[in-house]
Design a protein around this ligand. Structure first.
Ligand code: TEU
Length: 540
């Protein structure tokens, strides 16, 4: 494989820096904290890091509201700290992707501060401004992802501005040439510093219909939850516009000036997400890869997994998917997909095995390697504005953003040296799953994740092999990953009872410790199998 193709089949470890490791006792994670814990990531055997935003920001949406794309927020450290992390990561063979929040800024950004003051400013048209409807209401019916109208009134301009997320996150007008150039300058700044690429935030929202046509309503399915209002429209005009392709092409052209750098796009979970992944990644002038939130939208059952595998195979034929089961925007998969909502180690490991064996690349979210369940954050501890607005119907995203537990016995599980509580509490259930405890336990999820990642690196079929479905009796689900000279069979037991393998599989050899047990699989067990007498990679 060419070095420039390192991202194909790569695993990226997603760092949510606010919750990774705190070095300066303010209860918030930071870059020196990350630097001190980098060996944990390198030791997992991943290929790189995706670092969530660390830019100057009022932190209303925890970094996704940027006031200076080329400065590090003092909460996280300095540019020198960033350079040190980058250098130390590279020294450990880890690539570093940073978040490029290109669709919007903070309302505190100097570009917006000038734009909202009046129409004469150089950045006057860098945001999406529109006159009110004749009755003074917003120009159309577009809704914010976080609820309510996507338009807010600015008395100084006597116009509305567009925001797909919080009112404090005005949407950039990337169809304005100078605005797009400014974004490309930001990208250039980080590429010149040596980053290996970007995770592009909210790709579906990069451009909008210039005629500002209203979206068609979708008939309400009964009992409307306010947090889900966004789902009650078809987003024909505010999202997924052909004009976004031109923006992505410019970003890709810039990346191509820096060989080996890549773009990973975030695709929303609206219908057709896999088609969009294929469209965004299907030609070499667009994104390298893309992931979608909630790739399994209908829960974790056999038909849904079979459909997922079909989608995965099709998407690989047309583009390049990256799998992300858990991240800072969704409930942790170990809880979300657990049969009774209770994460248990066997099920959690089955999820990890699936994540790391689907064809494509993958993101591993911090704590996923520990099998962390979703945290139950109490109302008084909520920090996510999305959750605060809609509690209790929707609990927001704090449950997947609690601090990493490093040391079982330490105050706040070793996340912060502070005597006062970190920005989100450390859930009691996470303490026992701390990194140090799992390092000591030979049967821990952490050790398991590391073995699996090592196997993926050693076994080209798992990393690059094509995938083909296997026709197995329920409750088994499985597929094959194969290269020209090697075939690995993956079998998953989706039931909470043990099950025997069909005779042809029972006779196969396990890859390392990932074999069948007496011809069968325990509850939520799985196996990675090769023909008997086949070579097994030495590292296993
Ligand atoms: O998320 C964009 C995204 O697609 C959201 O629609 C997502 O559905 C939302 O977070 C609800 O779960 C990105 C970031 O990942 C997210 O953290 C930011 O809040 C958002 O952009 C705005 O910048």
């Amino acid at each position: 494989m060419q070095q420039a193709d390192w991202w194909r089949g790569a695993v990226l470890y997603q760092v949510y820096p606010r919750s990774f490791a705190d070095s300066d006792s303010d209860g918030i994670g930071d870059l020196p904290g990350l630097l001190a814990r980098l060996d944990h990531i390198a030791g997992l055997g991943v290929d790189g890091i995706w670092l969530c935003p660390v830019y100057a920001s009022p932190q209303r949406d925890f970094g996704y509201d940027v006031t200076d794309h080329c400065a590090i927020d003092t909460t996280f450290g300095t540019l020198e700290d960033f350079d040190q992390v980058l250098q130390a990561a590279h020294a450990r063979g880890l690539k570093v992707l940073v978040d490029l929040v290109g669709g919007h800024t903070s309302d505190q950004h100097p570009w917006f501060a000038a734009s909202r003051r009046g129409r004469a400013a150089p950045t006057a048209d860098w945001y999406v401004w529109a006159d009110p409807s004749p009755d003074g209401t917003p120009p159309n019916n577009w809704l914010s992802v976080f609820g309510g109208s996507a338009w807010s009134w600015e008395p100084r301009r006597r116009q509305y501005y567009l925001h797909h997320f919080l009112p404090s996150q005005p949407t950039l007008n990337l169809q304005h040439p100078a605005c797009l150039e400014a974004l490309l300058d930001v990208a250039r700044f980080w590429l010149d510093r040596g980053v290996d690429g970007f995770r592009l935030d909210a790709v579906d929202f990069l451009t909008h219909d210039l005629r500002l046509r209203s979206n068609p309503a979708v008939p309400p399915p009964g009992g409307v939850v306010p947090a889900k209002l966004f789902a009650l429209q078809r987003h024909d005009h505010d999202m997924i516009q052909p004009a976004s392709m031109a923006v992505l092409r410019r970003i890709r052209a810039l990346l191509d000036e820096y060989p080996g750098t890549v773009a990973l796009g975030e695709v929303s979970s609206q219908d057709g997400a896999f088609d969009r992944i294929a469209a965004y990644t299907g030609t070499p002038d667009l994104l390298h890869m893309a992931y979608t939130l909630r790739p399994l939208r209908h829960g974790f059952d056999r038909p849904t997994l079979q459909a997922l595998l079909r989608d995965a195979i099709e998407t690989c034929a047309r583009g390049w998917p990256c799998w992300s089961f858990s991240n800072h925007d969704v409930e942790r998969a170990a809880t979300r997909w657990a049969p009774d909502g209770q994460a248990d180690p066997a099920f959690t490991r089955l999820l990890l095995a699936l994540l790391l064996s689907l064809p494509g690349s993958a993101c591993l979210y911090q704590g996923e390697e520990l099998g962390l369940p979703e945290a139950q954050v109490q109302e008084e501890d909520l920090r996510d504005p999305f959750g605060i607005a809609y509690w209790p119907e929707f609990r927001g995203r704090d449950g997947s953003r609690t601090p990493m537990p490093w040391e079982t016995e330490e105050r706040f599980a070793g996340f912060t040296p502070s005597w006062s509580a970190p920005w989100l509490p450390v859930p009691p259930a996470h303490r026992a799953l701390a990194v140090d405890a799992q390092e000591r336990d030979p049967d821990s999820t952490l050790r398991f994740a590391r073995a699996l990642l090592r196997l993926r690196r050693a076994e080209p079929a798992l990393r690059h092999g094509r995938a083909a479905p296997l026709d197995l009796p329920a409750p088994l689900f499985g597929f094959v990953r194969e290269t020209a000279d090697r075939s690995v069979t993956l079998v998953f037991n989706l039931s909470a009872a043990s099950v025997a393998l069909p005779p042809d599989l029972a006779g196969m050899q396990g890859l390392g410790s990932f074999g069948a047990v007496q011809g069968g699989l325990p509850a939520h067990g799985f196996a990675l199998l090769v023909p008997a007498m086949a070579r097994v990679p030495e590292t296993v």
